[in-house]
Ligand binder design. Structure first.
Ligand code: CP
Length: 306
């Protein structure tokens, strides 16, 4: 029987069944333990980045090359015919006629789903607007599993821009399946959207909003930091919250021993460099897990068995 991802698009976490998500997670962990070099031999992958990226693009492209495949693509949509007004539907038809799978990052919510609709080959969403970032979520799950030994019944504090941050939306939708408890810490104007909290209610997950980072740190197993984007505030408003959602090493003195600090990166000033040398920092290892997560995604959509 083919694996449950074979020939499928990977567009959002809610689209994935528990069986598919567990298969992705198990495969990523397995590829980390026992590297393979043949799973994409003879395959050509389209890497289509309409929005800037360091980790996602380069770890996807690393994954392809380490598995024996080849990559074509672009890292700036301004150099493509999208600039001349070509639709995503036509872009999908063309690139899928050249390649075996397409990876897309795009600034518009829903762009990956549109591309998938018109693509003849599997499409993997590498981040669409404020919506979803499923490959980030898979690497986050790999990281949480390897640092906590299990995904079940953990307390996850999510800090920063919870409104526009696609990584926290996807991660909350995944971790609700393992009965996570959530602590949200953000400026009120960047609170977690209602559609996510409604999903948590429906899943019976507990969540609360706390005003300060310190209170969240004491209770959390995972502290998931994200960037508060200065450009979303006027200067006066930003001055009121500046520093309130920034983590420094001294704030971790009452942390649980198993706490690990994660961040999808890039960071600006929300994690002080003095946290990097603490036992709690795990964001660089987390980014490294991106290669194994993306190896799993590509291998599973392109091979009946992995
Ligand atoms: N975490 C993440 O998506 O990073 P990049 O924007 O560098 O890809």
């Amino acid at each position: 029987m083919p694996n449950p991802l074979y020939g499928q698009h990977i567009i959002s976490i809610p689209d994935l069944s528990n069986e598919q998500l567990e298969c992705l997670l198990d495969t990523a962990l397995r590829l980390k333990q026992a590297p393979r070099h043949d799973l994409l031999e003879g395959r050509l992958i389209g890497s289509c980045f309409f929005e800037p990226s360091t980790r996602t693009r380069l770890s996807f492209e690393t994954a392809v090359q380490r598995l024996g495949g080849k990559v074509i693509g672009f890292s700036d949509g301004a150099n493509t015919s999208a600039k001349k007004g070509e639709t995503l539907a036509d872009t999908a038809r063309i690139i899928s006629s050249y390649t075996d799978a397409i990876i897309i990052r795009h600034p518009k919510d829903g762009a990956a789903r549109v591309l998938a609709e018109f693509s003849a080959v599997p499409v993997i969403n590498a981040g669409d607007g404020t919506n979803q970032h499923p490959s980030q979520t898979l690497l986050d799950l790999v990281t949480i599993q390897e640092t906590q030994g299990s995904l079940a019944n953990l307390t996850i504090a999510m800090v920063g821009d919870l409104k526009y941050g696609r990584t926290v939306h996807s991660l909350a939708q995944a971790m609700k399946r393992w009965n996570a408890e959530f602590i949200f810490v953000s400026p009120p104007s960047l609170a977690m959207p209602d559609y996510i909290t409604e999903e948590l209610d429906a899943a019976g997950c507990r969540y609360q909003t706390l005003p300060s980072l310190e209170a969240a740190i004491e209770r959390a197993d995972i502290l998931y930091m994200t960037r508060v984007q200065r450009e979303r505030f006027d200067e006066q408003e930003f001055a009121k919250i500046q520093g309130k959602f920034n983590l420094e090493a001294a704030m971790l003195q009452h942390a649980k021993p198993n706490l690990r600090v994660l961040h999808p990166l890039p960071r600006v000033d929300e994690i002080h460099p003095n946290v990097d040398d603490t036992v709690y920092a795990y964001y660089f290892e987390q980014a490294k897990n991106g290669v194994f997560a993306r190896m799993a995604m590509l291998s599973l959509v392109l091979n009946e068995t992995v």
